[in-house]
Structures are given as C-alpha cells and as structure tokens.
Design a protein around this ligand. Sequence first.
Ligand code: TMP
Length: 236
Amino acid sequence: MEKRTELYRGKAKSVFTTDNPDRLILLFRNDTSAFDGQKVEQLDRKGMVNNKFNAFIMQQLEAAGIPTQFDALLSDNECMVKKLDMIPVECVVRNYAAGSLVRRLGVEEGLELSPPTFELFLKNDALHDPFINETHVYAFGWATPEQLSRMKALTFEVNDVLKKLFDDAGLLLVDFKLEFGVHHGEIVLGDEFSPDGCRLWDKETRKKMDKDRFRQGLGDVIEAYEEVANRLGVPL
Ligand code: TMP
C-alpha cells in the first residue's frame, strides 16, 4: 500500500494516510528530541533501529494478548498500523526511581519501587507534558473511567511482559511511557515502544542504555540502542 498524504508530523515520526481509511503508515525518522522538543539532533540509523525495535516489542505484546496498533513492518523505516483515535494522555509505570520522579519527590535515583507506580501526564509539549490525575481525564473528557481503567490494566500487563523480556536480556526496565487510542470502540496500544520512551539499565553495571544517553549528553546513543536490540534478538 502506498503512502498518501502526511497526516501528522511528530518529533520523531511522521504519520501518513493510505488507500485504506483504517490503516496508516508510520515513518520513523532519525530526529531525536528531548525536553519537549527543545533539544533536537539527527542520529544516524535511529529511525531504522526504533522501527525494528518497536515491531519486535509490539509483536511480543500481541503474542501475550495485548491489543496493539501494529500491523506489519514495511521497510527499514516504515510500518503499517491500525488507525486509532489517540487519547492525549501518557501512562507511565516506574519500577525504579528516575527522571521526573526523582526531581519531584527528591528520592534517590535507582530506588526500587514496590509495587510499581502508575502516573498520568497530558501529552502537550507547550505545557511540558504536565502531571495530571484521573479526575482531570474525566473532567476534560480525554477518556471515560472505563477506558482509563482498561489503559491502566493494559499498562501493568505490558510491564509484566516486558520486565521479564528485558530481564532475560540482562536489562532492568526502569520505567516507560505508553499511549493508547480507540479502534472500533476498543482501547488499543498505540505510538511506539523503543528506547526513546523507556529507561533501560544494564542489570550488573546500571549503565544507561536508553534516551537518557541523549538527554544527558552521555554519547553512544544509537550504539546503546543497538546493543539492547542485539541482546533481545531483534533483527536489525
Ligand atoms: P519522566 O521521568 O521524564 O517522567 O519519564 C518517565 C518515562 O516516560 C521515561 O521512560 C521517559 C518516558 N516519557 C516519554 O517518553 N515521553 C514523555 O513525554 C514523558 C513525559 C515521558
């Protein structure tokens, strides 16, 4: 199926319509952004690595019974997905303290969180993705209580599946962000799962293997993504 018009250009991906009104094509670009788009660079091979990484993870999640937007890998940088009506709310689970949780609560990075936390953020770069709670979601009509409860349950299911997958590859799944949408009335996992939207640390050394390497200027960003992919057995 051919790409038609660009429907939406995000910070790292572009979304195209296709001949099928129920399907879209995602194009993973090399653009890498942090701090809500304030730091942007082009990193060689990033679009390809994240596209293939995302395809691998989404297929693992589908196999575990989690409904995802993913349909098929089309090329190095493109995949076919179901068209969702996206819900502008980001669901974050944390297994260890890092990032904004450390800044907000003044706890030590690396503290194990048991049970894991579940947080909501509004997807809005201009407002720097503010922290929100479930009553904001209902009051502003971003999702119904039934939809949010399904999103929360699916986010914890994803945590169970991926914690084990990364653990087997010698990695700690520190935290991650998911976005959901509605497809024919059903809540479906959308967007992407890649080292851009999660934190992964080496289990032994706690070396950062995710986008914190870019945010914090640690270098070897894509080399770390490729190592994660290789450890998981993602064909690149
Ligand atoms: P945070 O520590 O900055 O709140 O981020 C928690 C996790 O969610 C981390 O893995 C990064 C991811 N995340 C995104 O990918 N995009 C976002 O806009 C936000 C707020 C978090």
